[in-house]
Design a protein around this ligand. Sequence first.
Ligand code: PAF
Length: 282
Amino acid sequence: MIVCTNKSEIQDLITKEKAKGTTFGFVPTMGALHNGHMSLVKRALQENDFCVVSIFVNPTQFDNEEDLKKYPRTLERDVELLKTVSNKIIVYAPSVDDIYEGNTKSEHFSFDGLEFEMEGKFRQGHFDGVGTIVKRLFEIVTPDIAYFGEKDFQQLAIIKKLAQKYNIPVTVKGCEIFREENGLAYSSRNERLKPDYKKAAPFIFETLTTAKEKFGTKSAKEVTEWVEKQFAKNKFLELEYFIIADISTLKTVKRKSKSKTYRAFVAAYADDIRLIDNLALN
Ligand code: PAF
């Protein structure tokens, strides 16, 4: 296993290997690796010769200093975990300076309106930060295929748009949400859930699952109202939004159409921890 902490080191390595025809899958992460990340890494290893895993807590995508400060940083443990999977993994764990070269600011992007929906409404500047880091990482790593979890479905849509708009020669693949046995979607934030909140959190997936059933016969508005009522009764979870959206525009559905594909999206607070999840409805 190779761990690189600066971009020239990893670029040299990848350039040499690519000249021999080696293919690279890429799993960008902010570390605190969990089974969800590991499923992406395993898929990347099945489909490519090597998997690059970047571990970088990107400051420009946080709109809240406290959240950035508290974000778990567990590089040693992450590297040990990756070692148990394969020696065909290259870890890129840069410093803020290696990425931002003294100017820790986001570029500004247009993602054709995708950035204004859901997370974009609640997390100021978040997708400019994500666009900035992912574009830079794609330029440094030059992967053949990059893998992202569908838990961050809006992020995945935005990254596909980024690759398309900037003609970045990478295939962006979305991978199914990896869940704990109780349905809770794996997230690095789950580690920080206090016991009562950890117990309450699977309610998010349970509610999504029932919302999906109801969506078969009820309107999006009726389902949304039902979900909001369920959350209002739950003393451990505070709903930030529940939205049923068309997956191509991410806009809230007004009237259902048989020809469109919909997904339900949730963001909720468990104490001070913000959890998101989503589920395909049709
Ligand atoms: O999903 C994440 O962990 C981050 O948003 C990403 C894609 C690694 C960019 O920092």
